[in-house]
Design a protein around this ligand. Structure first.
Ligand code: ARG
Length: 461
């Protein structure tokens, strides 16, 4: 019996071979099998406890599903395109095994509420995995931050040297971003974790179902309160993909920096050989393939977000077959995010920092000019005036091809006689870092404080 025979009573001819291939989803939705079984078992138990399904039927369904699960785990279940999707494949297999009890499973249920339930069950598990992996990456970044609280590097704006920052502080910026990504995942999971089952095709069912019971069995936090909404809405998937896109954007930005920093023009870091590849023609090459791919794959996830939003925008209520198109982008988003996070944490553990090159770069580009301006303000000069004085001093140093700290005191005093010998302490990169010793500042003491704060947060989670 082919899938069309399940509903073929009203048709004059079987579905064409091309249409079968075009409309079938088994190739990709078989991935939902375990969650589909989980949902079916809860539904069956609820039907039994509501007096719709006999104890014997329930026992047979449970035994049959147990065997099917084992078959799937052993790779022994042959998925059939004739049966269209994962739901009908499993139901048919069950009926082959246990007969009429299998045919009763679908009482009070539709594939429409079934598939929406499956995706939510699956996605909430994947989100939990993603949250663990985000924290692993945060830990790897924290280790680098801890080791490099005192490592000075140029902080950039417009990719021009701006002010000295601690490399640890720079790593902590990403720890913060990832922290918000984790919050977004946790928050979105709350809305994923609502149960559509019971909505049936679109209007609910005539059977005396107990949705609270099914929800409890499946550990759903809430129950979708409107049957039309329950079967047709996919905003939870869009929300997840949006959170995933932001996460990937953060990793893409870090990747861009790693790529720049590994270039000999910067020479700030090295990435362990196992994350790089060579060139088939240029023998000297060591390319940062992993961060480049992360940068590339972020575009792919953002594309999925766009695709899912487009998928929903014109669908009238309730379920439409369009919704079957939610799966591939969603699956690929989850796979891409999980694979990226896995490799990323490992790669960050393989980053070697080159503090001497970072410090040398700080000394080119007048990174402490703001410190000099602040110094003059503290001696009584209004900030706008001091900005101008320092700009002239920088211009002069530039013509001398030296740093501000290399100018003799009498030359500096030529720009402002408020400048005294103590100026040289604040003109060093280390002096500049230490001077920014407030919550959120780049001083090593603050970096150590933030590292400890995050370590505590991660340990508690
Ligand atoms: N394979 C379908 C999907 O992924 C399952 C629901 C189909 N429902 C229907 N009435 N055709 O959305």
């Amino acid at each position: 019996m082919s899938h069309s025979e399940i509903w073929s009573g009203r048709f004059n001819e079987p579905v064409s071979e091309l249409v079968k291939q075009y409309t079938g989803s088994i190739d990709f939705d078989k991935r939902l099998a375990h969650w589909d079984i989980q949902g079916s078992l809860a539904h069956a138990q609820m039907l039994h406890e509501s007096g719709v399904l006999s104890a014997q039927d329930l026992a047979q369904i449970q035994q049959g599903m147990k065997e099917i699960k084992a078959d799937i785990d052993a790779g022994n279940l042959k998925w059939s395109l004739d049966l269209e999707d994962v739901h009908m494949n499993i139901e048919r297999r069950l009926t082959d095994k246990i007969g009429d009890a299998g045919k009763r499973l679908h009482t009070g249920r539709s594939r429409n509420d079934q598939v929406a339930t499956d995706i939510r069950l699956w996605l909430r598990d994947e989100i939990s995995t993603i949250r663990i992996l985000i924290k692993e990456l945060q830990s790897a970044l924290l280790k680098l931050a801890e080791k490099n609280a005192d490592t000075v590097m140029p902080g950039f704006t417009h990719l021009q040297v701006a002010q000295p920052v601690s490399f640890g502080h720079h790593m902590l910026a990403y720890v913060e971003m990832l922290g918000r990504d984790d919050e977004r995942m946790a928050d979105c999971r709350k809305r994923v974790n609502r149960m559509p089952l019971g909505a049936a095709a679109l209007a609910g069912t005539t059977f005396p179902i107990q949705r609270e019971l099914t929800a409890q069995l499946l550990n759903f936090e809430q129950i979708c309160q409107n049957s039309l909404d329950a079967v047709s809405d996919r905003d939870f998937a869009i929300e997840f993909t949006a959170a995933a896109s932001l996460l990937m954007v953060h990793l893409s930005r870090l990747s861009e920096e790693l790529i720049l920093w590994m270039s000999p023009r910067f020479g700030f870091i090295d990435i362990a050989d196992r994350f790089c590849t060579g060139s088939s023609i240029m023998p000297q090459k060591k390319n940062p393939d992993v961060p480049e791919l992360v940068r590339g794959k972020s575009g792919r996830v953002i594309g999925h977000l766009t695709g899912l939003i487009m998928l929903m925008k014109s669908q009238p209520l309730a379920y439409n077959k369009d919704n079957q198109e939610d799966k591939e982008p969603l699956f690929d988003t989850v796979d891409t995010v999980i694979n990226t996070l896995r490799v990323y944490a490992d790669m960050m553990r393989g980053v070697t920092v080159k503090p001497e090159n970072m410090r040398a770069a700080v000394l080119q580009g007048f990174a402490t000019a703001t410190d000099l301006a602040d110094y003059l303000v503290k001696k009584g000069l209004p900030f706008r005036d001091s900005h101008e004085v320092v700009a002239l001093a920088v211009r002069h140093a530039d013509t001398q091809k030296c740093d501000l700290a290399d100018l003799p005191l009498d030359v500096l005093r030529g720009f402002s006689n408020l400048i005294e010998n103590d100026v040289y302490q604040i003109l060093t990169p280390e002096g500049s870092l230490n001077a920014r010793n407030h919550l959120g500042g780049t001083a090593p003491e603050q970096v150590r404080y933030q590292v400890a704060r995050w370590q505590k947060l991660l340990a508690e989670s």
